[in-house]
Design a binder for this molecule. Structure first.
Ligand code: PGA
Length: 258
């Protein structure tokens, strides 16, 4: 498994591509363009895309392209990025149900190429490792699109996640559970564990696209791109991949970048 250390970071001669766009619509369009290109160029390849509010517009655009016949997702292996432990597509508050609603059903995309996180497996640790191994068997990720948590998490890799962590069961921080509380009914218990694709799994991807929108993400985006590389801010590990990283931020999210 490739390991990244300070020497590699110091040797990284390439810089990430930063696109500061006017607004959320432009962000969604550009992200959809990159997904489209990677899907077209990599039949049979594996990609992972996020859930959350930030990618909603990207999915709507992708679904429109698929519906129009301008984009064919049928040969791509789409790996879901993370999921609450014990929750599956039949649970309204699961990430799989969100994805189904926003993308899979509108794009008519059910089938063997859609890989759901094995969050209901009776041996989740083993199933998570097998999920990671399946990605590797397919040649690794061609693309990982990421949202950014207010605490700097990428996927559900919370502060404290190691740079070489693989897909695994993780404990969720109260902050992340609060951030996602709106997806749950009043009084419903938000799970305190999840399975997430690992930091190392993400960093191995041929291309990584970080999408960030809104003023409430400006401070954490600055920490991710310009702060120290540290487990305290898992997104900061993206500084180690050089020009395999594309950051798409709207003006509000990019406001604090130097
Ligand atoms: P958001 O979530 O897109 O809903 O802000 C991002 C994340 O927590 O990864």
């Amino acid at each position: 498994m490739p390991k990244r250390d300070e020497a590699e970071v110091a040797n990284a001669t390439t810089e990430p591509h930063l696109h500061v766009v006017a607004d959320y619509a432009a962000l969604s369009h550009l992200a959809a363009d990159i997904v489209t290109r990677v899907v077209n160029e990599n039949p049979g390849g594996a990609i992972t895309l996020p859930t959350g509010e930030t990618p909603r517009g990207m999915y709507e655009e992708l679904a429109r392209r698929i519906e129009r016949g301008d984009l064919d997702f049928s040969s791509i292996h789409f790996f879901c990025m993370d999921e609450y432990l014990g929750k599956g597509i039949d649970d309204k508050a699961s990430l799989a149900a969100w994805l189904d609603d926003v993308f899979l059903t509108p794009a008519n995309l059910h089938g063997a190429n859609i890989h759901f996180v094995p969050s209901e497996d009776k041996n989740p640790a083993q199933a998570a490792a097998a999920y990671d191994a399946r990605i590797a068997e397919l040649g690794g990720l061609k693309l990982a699109v990421l949202g950014l948590g207010r605490n700097g998490h990428i996927a559900f890799n919370e502060p404290g996640s190691a740079i070489d962590s693989r897909t695994r069961v993780v404990d969720l921080t109260d902050e992340s559970r609060d951030q996602n509380a709106s997806y749950y009914e009043e009084g419903e218990i938000i799970p305190d564990q999840a399975i997430t694709i690992g930091v190392g799994t993400i960093l191995d991807s041929d291309l990584i696209v970080l999408i960030v929108s809104g003023a409430n993400k400006s401070a954490i985006l600055k920490a991710v791109l310009e702060g120290p590389i540290s487990e305290e801010v898992p997104g900061s590990f993206l500084q180690t991949v050089g020009d395999r990283l594309i950051v798409i931020a709207d003006i509000a999210a990019a406001a604090e970048l130097s």
